[in-house]
Design a protein around this ligand. Structure first.
Ligand SMILES: Nc1ncnc2c1ncn2[C@@H]1O[C@H](COP(=O)(O)OP(=O)(O)O)[C@@H](O)[C@H]1O
Ligand SMILES: [Mg+2]
Length: 236
């Protein structure tokens, strides 16, 4: 029998840090090494669709996760070969949905090698996603507010659940370097993976705008980004 899929939630209690970006890059990266990946989300904005297709080809859907959990037919959006996405219809969650969600996730584990959850801090739903996850991946900026936000997630999820903290939108400034050094020294005493920071690059912005992943370009400047992501993928 096939091994059950592993579940990772990409989470931090702050917007704009790169949760959706990271989810998409990890998902496509895993698919390129032959893994079958499902992306779920607690964000009814479904930005995964924006980062994987140009605006004029953005897939439309009717029913998503809520329908599936009810046992009805939902839409599974195929965003790449071996990468599927189940969108979230809205952010109103009945208790039956919340109660039945873990059962649905458990079922999907038989069909996929990885389930990646692009989260936003929505009460309850996020808690359930984290409970259903093997591990949590935290994107972060190297600034005071975000480092504090990380401490929150570590406390919420428990340190043993944190697989990796990924510095994103990194700029080589004195201030960011200070927080990076702080992170390194704190994490050095743990098993949490801290890959090389992912820089803030205009090339990334351009790719996302076109709905392309960092794996779908020949640009030299993105080699480092790919290397950081490979560090993360290797241990997943
Ligand atoms: N390393 C990066 N370099 C440049 N732009 C980035 C980078 N990572 C993310 N972005 C941009 O930052 C914005 C927020 O990223 P997103 O993944 O949507 O954050 P979140 O899901 O945490 O709210 C997006 O517009 C995205 O294009
Ligand atoms: Mg997002």
């Amino acid at each position: 029998m096939k091994e059950k899929g592993k579940v990772y939630t990409i989470k931090v209690n702050k917007g704009g840090v790169g949760k959706t970006f990271l989810t998409v890059q990890l998902a496509v990266g895993l698919s390129l090494i032959g893994k079958k990946v499902l992306i779920l989300t607690s964000d009814s904005q479904n930005n995964v669709l924006d980062y994987t297709a140009p605006q004029e080809h953005k897939p439309i859907f009717k029913n998503g996760l809520k329908a599936f959990v009810k046992g009805e037919d939902g839409d599974i959006v195929r965003i790449r070969e071996n990468v599927n996405f189940i969108p979230l219809e809205d952010s109103k969650f009945a208790s039956t949905f919340l109660n039945n969600l873990p059962i649905f996730i458990e079922k999907m584990k038989s069909d996929y090698d990885y389930i990646l959850i692009d989260s936003i801090p929505t009460m309850k739903l996020d808690t359930i996603f984290v409970e259903c996850s093997d591990k949590v991946i935290i994107p972060c900026f190297c600034d005071r507010v975000t480092v504090e936000g990380i401490i929150n997630v570590v406390e919420e999820a428990g340190i043993d659940k944190i697989y990796s903290i990924v510095v994103n939108k990194y700029r080589n400034t004195a201030n960011q370097n200070k927080y990076l050094e702080d992170l390194k020294s704190v994490l050095g005493e743990t098993t949490i993976l801290l890959p090389e920071p992912i820089k803030e690059l205009s090339q990334i912005e351009i790719l996302l705008e076109k709905g392309k992943s960092v794996w779908e370009t020949n640009s030299k400047g993105l080699q480092e980004v790919q290397d950081s992501l490979i560090e993360v993928i290797k241990g997943m």
